[in-house]
Design a protein around this ligand. Structure first.
Ligand SMILES: [Zn+2]
Length: 366
């Protein structure tokens, strides 16, 4: 029977915890990671009604996008919905797991789901993150090169955009003199040795450096493995905020608004003046997105689809781009399908259930 820690590991393979924003609080918020899973309920938000739904449906894990414990929890006396929700979950042995900004910040995450709903093509991260990649350089005897490279690739090295198994090597001469306590595989204790070696270079995700160094040491025959790790300022093309892509066909004026309304099942769109040109390039950001407006403009987007815009922020569009605010819940509700699909691909021995509770606290009177 799979345990909660295996569910967490599967989600974090898509959305590593290291990619959450500094203010966030993702991962297992309530519960014991070694609990066997009876059923998982997938929701955008965790409320008391969602915990009730989990109880009714025999689920002992709730997987949410928004962390119900976000700002910290100093008391647990049931005065707020957050406290009551957590108390109810604990009393009923229900775990709560959240994948929030770490799921926003990856290709295949929240924003790629919006892009999929809008049928965008050529979808890329809108604002790629920097300082999440490192360079690993190591030195291996010539004949060991492929074995070490294969081990590094398997542990997550060598991915650049859509290319995997990327590396560079040059041949040269390694020198060393084993000390008294060394256990040299090549060379003799106390004797200076020259060995034909390859210098191998690969790019690695910085947060995986521990597992990569373990893989390197296991694959390398030397008892002392020489390597350099260097942090890079490169952008990670698969990690960052927002997404941008192209509509299947350019649209003009209200045809675009109807398209957006229909494909995202909206009641309402708050928007700034549409550009005079045909609309084809679309930037998206689920939830609060105003911080990405400069990136959307720089990416050549005609429209920026996002949520939670404030009145004065709408002025920043300056007729260079149209801001379309579709509502926070509406922009992210398909994240439930995304998480469900991801879990269902891996786990077949327990039910993964899409929550039917409408957690949107905002009502519209039209
Ligand atoms: Zn959100």
């Amino acid at each position: 029977m799979p345990q909660i820690r295996q569910l967490a590991a599967h989600i974090e393979a898509l959305a590593p915890l290291a990619y959450q924003e500094s203010y966030d609080n993702v991962g297992l918020l309530v519960g014991d990671p070694t609990t066997d899973i009876k059923g998982a309920l997938v929701t955008l938000d965790v409320t008391e009604a969602v915990v009730d739904e989990a109880i009714a449906k025999g689920c002992n894990v709730i997987v949410a996008h928004h962390p119900v414990v976000f700002k910290g929890l100093k008391k647990l006396n049931g005065k707020t919905y957050v406290e009551r929700t957590v108390i109810k979950a604990i009393r009923n042995d229900i775990a709560i797991y959240a994948a929030h900004t770490n799921l926003d910040n990856v290709a295949g995450g929240v924003n790629f789901k919006i892009a999929e709903k809008l049928k965008l093509t050529n979808v890329q991260i809108l604002a790629p993150k920097t300082q999440v990649l490192s360079k690993l350089v190591t030195f291996v005897p010539i004949n060991d090169t492929q074995r070490v490279l294969d081990a590094l690739y398997a542990a997550g090295a060598g991915q650049i955009g859509d290319y995997k198994n990327c590396s560079f090597r040059v041949s040269g001469t390694g020198t060393f003199q084993p000390g008294e306590n060394a256990q040299p595989v090549i060379g003799e204790i106390g004797e200076y040795h020259e060995e034909p070696e390859n210098r191998i270079e690969v790019i690695i995700p910085t947060h995986q450096q521990g597992q990569l160094l373990t893989a390197l040491r296991q694959a390398h025959r030397y008892d002392e493995v020489a390597y350099y790790l260097t942090p890079l300022d490169n952008q990670h093309q698969e990690v960052g905020s927002g997404a941008v892509g192209d509509l299947p066909e350019p649209l003009t004026g209200t045809a675009w608004l109807s398209y957006l309304k229909e494909h995202m099942s909206l009641n309402l769109i708050r928007y700034t003046a549409l550009p005079d040109r045909p609309i084809s390039r679309i930037a998206v950001c689920g939830g609060v997105g105003s911080f990405l407006l400069p990136d959307a403009i720089r990416a050549g987007a005609d429209v920026f689809v996002t949520a939670d815009y404030k009145y004065h922020e709408f002025f920043d569009a300056e007729e260079r781009i149209s801001i379309c605010d579709i509502g926070h819940y509406e922009s992210e509700v398909y994240t439930k399908d995304l998480i469900c699909g991801h879990l269902a691909k891996k786990f077949t021995t327990f039910a993964v259930i899409l929550s039917e509770t409408d957690t949107n606290p905002v009502r519209y009177f039209i």
